[in-house]
Design a protein around this ligand. Structure first.
Ligand SMILES: O=C(O)CCC(=O)C(=O)O
Ligand SMILES: [Fe+2]
Length: 225
C-alpha cells in the first residue's frame, strides 16, 4: 500500500530513524532458507542445507520513543482491526518481551538479507527510507505451505541457483507491505548506494504472552532484555 504514511509522518520517522541510527546492533550470519540447523539426514547441497548470508542492523522496541508515530500505529485499534480482518483472525497481540514488537532495520551499502522463510506466519513492514539502488525486496509465492507441511524443494533449488524469475518490489518510502512470510520465499538484495535502507517491522502474534526466543533476541538485538 503506497502512501500509507502521510508525508509529515514519514519525514518525522526518517528523522527518528536517523537519531536512532547509532543504537543499531549489527548481526551478520549464514543460514539456510528454513532458518534451521543443518539437516544431517540430507546432502550438503540439498536446497534446505545451502547457506546464504544476511547482515543488517536492528534497533529494538525499547528504543522506540514513547511518542513515536510507530507506537501510535502499532497500538491503534483501527490498524489492528484492519490487519485482523485482512488475515481473517480473531485477534493479534504484541510480543511479551520488551524488544521484539517494533523494530527499525538498517541496511548499509552491501548489506542484504539472504533467501529465507520467516518463522512468523505474516510480516508487516513500513518502508522509511529507500536506498538509491539495490536493497530490493524479492519474493516467490507459495514456495512452502507450512499449514500442510509442504515445501516445494525444486522451486527453492531453482531460486537459490538464480534460475527462477522471482518477483521484485522497489518499495517506495511511506509504503506498508504485508506478506505471508512463512510461505513466501523472500530476500533483500544487497544495497548498492551510500543512502541506506531503513525499514520498520511491526511484529504481532496470534497468541497472547509470546516472547521471541532468547536465542533469536541475542542474534538480532545483541541482548535478551
Ligand atoms: O526488509 C524487508 O523488506 C524484509 C525483511 C524480512 O524479510 C525479515 O526481516 O525477515
Ligand atoms: Fe523475512
Amino acid at each position: 500500500m503506497n502512501n500509507f504514511l502521510a508525508k509529515k509522518t514519514l519525514v518525522n520517522l526518517q528523522r527518528e530513524a536517523q537519531i536512532l541510527y547509532n543504537k543499531a546492533f549489527y548481526c551478520s550470519q549464514n543460514h539456510n532458507v528454513l532458518l534451521t540447523e543443518k539437516n544431517t539426514q540430507l546432502d550438503d547441497n540439498h536446497p534446505c542445507n545451502i547457506e546464504v548470508s544476511s547482515d543488517k542492523g536492528c534497533v529494538p522496541h525499547d528504543w522506540i520513543p514513547e511518542n513515536s508515530s510507530l507506537r501510535i500505529i502499532y497500538n491503534s485499534s483501527l490498524f489492528k482491526n484492519f490487519i485482523q480482518s485482512l488475515l481473517s483472525v480473531e485477534k493479534i497481540y504484541p510480543y511479551a518481551d520488551t524488544l521484539s514488537s517494533i523494530n527499525y532495520n538498517y541496511y548499509k551499502k552491501s548489506q542484504q538479507l539472504g533467501w529465507h522463510f520467516d518463522n512468523a506466519s505474516f510480516a508487516i513492514s513500513l518502508m522509511i527510507q529507500s536506498p538509491a539502488s539495490g536493497g530490493y525486496f524479492q519474493y516467490v509465492v507459495n514456495a512452502r505451505n507450512i499449514e500442510k507441511n509442504i515445501l516445494n524443494v525444486q522451486l527453492v533449488d531453482s531460486v537459490l541457483k538464480n534460475k527462477y524469475p522471482a518477483k521484485e518490489l522497489r518499495i517506495e518510502e511511506g509504503t506498508l507491505v504485508l506478506f505471508y512470510g512463512s510461505n513466501y520465499l523472500h530476500r533483500v538484495t544487497p544495497v548498492t548506494s551510500n543512502k541506506h535502507r531503513v525499514l520498520v517491522t511491526l511484529n504481532y502474534n496470534l497468541q497472547k504472552n509470546i516472547e521471541l526466543s532468547e536465542n533469536a533476541r541475542l542474534t538480532f538485538f545483541g541482548r535478551t532484555h
